[in-house]
Write a protein that binds this ligand. Structure first.
Ligand SMILES: Cc1cc2nc3c(=O)[nH]c(=O)nc-3n(C[C@H](O)[C@H](O)[C@H](O)COP(=O)(O)OP(=O)(O)OC[C@H]3O[C@@H](n4cnc5c(N)ncnc54)[C@H](O)[C@@H]3O)c2cc1C
Length: 288
C-alpha cells in the first residue's frame, strides 16, 4: 500500500493523538528495519506511518532498585554500548550484539523486535528467560502484560490497534546468584536472521544446585517461547557437564517432536544441543 503520510511524534501524547486522528489507517514505525522492508515490497497494510523513534517515554534504559526498564525504542546499539547492560543483563547484551550488523543495530529497536512477533526475534528469548513484562499504552489507558503471554502465533501478538509498547520491564531477581545467558546459531555471522537460539536464566545455590531456571528458545516454534519441560528437568539438580549433556538430549527430543515432519527438524534437533549446551556452559562458568 502506498504511504500517504508520515507523522513524527515528539511525545507519547502526540503519538496517541496521531493514532486517534488516523484510526484504522495508521501504523507505528520505530527503527524501520522491519517495516521499511514491508513498505518497499508493498506489504504494508496502512497508509499513515507514525514515527515514535524520538518519543521520550519510549527511550532510554533505567536501572531501578527492583527492576530495569528498557524503553521500547531503545536501539540495540544503545544496549551493546552500555556497560551496565553488559554486566547486569548479559543474555540481552549478547542477543543485541548478535542482531544483524552494526547498521541494523543502529536503527533496530527492542520494542520493534517484540511487536513484530517473529519466531526469530533475538531479543525475545533472553527477555522471556528474565520474565519480562511489557507496558502498553493507548488512548484508553495503560496495561501490563507478561511477555510469555504476549505472542499468539507467528507474527501475531496481544497488541491492539492504537496500542504502543512503551517499556519492557525486567524484574530484578530476588537472588544475586542468577545469571542469564544467550546463544544463537545464525546462517552467517553478520546479517543473519536467527535460525535457532536459546537463553537460560539459572539461579544456583552455593553447591551449584539449580534452585530456579527459566529456559526460552527462538526459531523452534511459531514464536519465541519458554520451555517448561526443560525447566522441570533441570530444577533441583546439580549443574555440571553430565547434567548439561542430559538436558541437551532432552531438548533434542523436544525439538524432534515439535518440528516433526518439517524439513528443518533433523538440522535443528542436532543444532539445539550445541546452542543450549553453550548457554548452560556459560552459566556454569559465570558461577565459578
Ligand atoms: C538485514 C537485516 C538483518 C536483521 N537481523 C536480525 C537479527 O539478526 N535478529 C533479529 O532479531 N532481527 C533481525 N532483523 C529484524 C529487525 O532488525 C528487528 O526485528 C528490529 O528489532 C525491529 O525493530 P524496528 O524498530 O526496526 O521495527 P520497525 O520496523 O520500526 O517496526 C516493526 C513492527 O513493529 C511495530 N512497532 C515498532 N515499535 C513498536 C512499539 N513500540 N509498539 C508497538 N508496535 C511497534 C511497527 O508498527 C511494525 O509493525 C534484521 C532485519 C534486517 C533488515
Amino acid at each position: 500500500m502506498k504511504v500517504e503520510k508520515v507523522i513524527k511524534a515528539f511525545s507519547l501524547k502526540e503519538a496517541l493523538a496521531a493514532l486517534k486522528e488516523n484510526e484504522g489507517r495508521a501504523e507505528l514505525i520505530a527503527g524501520g528495519t522491519d517495516l521499511l522492508v514491508k513498505i518497499r515490497e508493498n506489504h504494508n497494510k496502512k497508509p499513515v506511518i507514525v514515527d515514535i523513534s524520538d518519543v521520550p517515554e519510549c527511550r532510554g534504559i533505567r536501572f531501578e532498585a527492583d527492576y530495569i526498564a528498557i524503553g521500547a525504542c531503545a536501539k540495540y546499539s544503545e544496549l551493546v554500548e552500555s556497560d551496565r547492560v553488559m554486566r547486569q543483563l548479559p543474555g540481552l547484551w549478547e542477543a543485541s550484539k548478535s542482531v544483524g550488523a552494526p547498521q541494523i543495530q543502529n536503527l533496530g529497536t527492542v520494542g520493534g523486535n517484540i511487536a513484530n512477533a517473529s519466531p526469530a526475534a533475538d531479543a525475545v528469548p533472553p527477555l522471556l528467560a528474565m520474565e519480562a513484562l511489557l507496558e502498553i499504552v493507548s488512548n484508553e489507558g495503560c496495561r501490563t502484560v507478561a511477555l510469555k503471554d504476549f505472542f499468539k502465533g507467528k507474527g501475531q501478538a496481544d497488541l491492539n490497534e492504537g496500542e504502543i509498547i512503551t517499556q519492557i520491564i525486567i524484574p530484578r531477581p530476588g537472588s544475586a546468584h542468577i545469571n542469564v545467558q544467550f546463544e544463537k546459531l545464525g546462517l552467517r555471522n553478520a546479517l543473519a536472521i536467527s535460525r535457532l537460539s536459546a537463553a537460560a536464566a539459572v539461579e544456583l545455590s552455593e553447591d551449584k544446585v539449580i534452585e530456579k531456571v527459566c529456559v526460552a528458545s527462538g526459531s523452534i516454534g511459531l514464536t519465541g517461547m519458554r520451555e517448561p519441560e526443560l525447566e522441570a528437568f533441570l530444577t533441583g539438580k546439580k549443574l555440571d557437564e553430565a547434567l548439561i549433556s542430559s538436558a541437551c538430549d532432552l531438548f533434542s527430543e523436544v525439538v524432534s517432536s515439535r518440528l516433526s515432519g518439517r524439513g528443518t527438524m533433523p538440522f535443528k534437533r542436532e543444532a539445539v544441543r550445541g546452542v543450549f549446551g553453550n548457554a548452560l556452559k556459560k552459566a556454569l562458568r559465570a558461577s565459578l
